[in-house]
Design a protein around this ligand. Structure first.
Ligand code: DX5
Ligand code: ZN
Length: 246
């Protein structure tokens, strides 16, 4: 497997002091920052948009190499993933991870932009993200079959192939939910087929559940409440890393 990447989710950080939370977390040993973008439509909760990402980006050095320390991993829990690609690139997103379900099933109406958004297939959206100079990730919700990711990953046109697969281990929308071990067969299937793929798991990861995820083959570990709720976040980050690397 590729090396361990620990990506604390700033959803559980203090939103009143988010810039400092970002720089502190990187200082405590985090590789990436996982930035949860929710629109109150794709998921029943809202967070923030590109203007906030612009402001917090300046608190963390932007990586010169792709996917290196300081990467902003933006998890786009939004109904119109194509519409926000350019804004997030300008704001400092490095890895734009959209939901497969949103790309194939855009329910938003009316405006010309949304019309064009509707017609964007996941592979076209991946290419569009790459064209803007970002890496692309594709996320699946618990009820979505892993085969949709394999179909994208097996494409021989590299521009259309995702750089990361995100297997959700809770229903997206909220931090602090219970890890779903029944998602592990998806991770196992991906790891077996794609030994070098960055496979991210998100939801309910902690010192209690990390071994299950690591044994299945996940290497990119998101953790919100486990890191930001800890007395010693650096210790949690290092324990998560050790579990993946053991
Ligand atoms: C949930 C978000 C997660 C969330 C994880 O929809 O995608 O990134 O912050 O939080 P924990 O680690 O607390 O489950
Ligand atoms: Zn997330």
């Amino acid at each position: 497997s590729p090396s361990a990447i620990i990506a604390p989710s700033i959803l559980s950080a203090d939103f009143g002091a988010l810039g400092k939370a970002c720089s502190d977390t990187i200082g405590q040993g985090a590789d990436w920052l996982h930035v949860d973008i929710m629109d109150g439509h794709f998921v029943p909760n809202m967070t923030f948009g590109a203007p906030v990402v612009t402001k917090i980006r300046s608190h963390v050095d932007r990586p010169k190499e792709a996917l290196a320390k300081g990467t902003f991993d933006c998890h786009m829990m939004i109904s119109e993933p194509k519409k926000w690609v350019k804004d997030f690139q300008k704001a400092g997103c490095d890895l734009y991870c959209f939901h497969y379900e949103a790309a194939v099933n855009s329910t938003a109406a009316e405006s010309p932009e949304t019309q064009s958004d509707k017609k964007t297939s996941p592979k076209e959206l991946i290419k569009y993200i790459h064209d803007q100079g970002m890496r692309a990730g594709v996320a699946i919700k618990p009820k979505t079959d892993v085969s949709v990711l394999c179909d994208l990953l097996d494409n021989s046109n590299k521009d259309e192939v995702p750089d990361m697969a995100l297997v959700m281990t809770v229903e997206p929308g909220f931090g602090g939910q219970k890890f779903m071990p029944e998602m592990m067969p998806k991770v196992e299937a991906l790891r077996k087929r794609y030994p070098e793929l960055n496979i991210e798991v998100d939801g309910g990861l902690s010192e209690k559940t990390i071994d299950t995820a690591a044994d299945a083959g996940a290497n990119v570990i998101v953790a919100g409440s486990a890191v930001f709720g800890a007395q010693d976040p650096a210790d949690v980050i290092s324990k998560l890393r050790d579990a993946v690397e053991k």
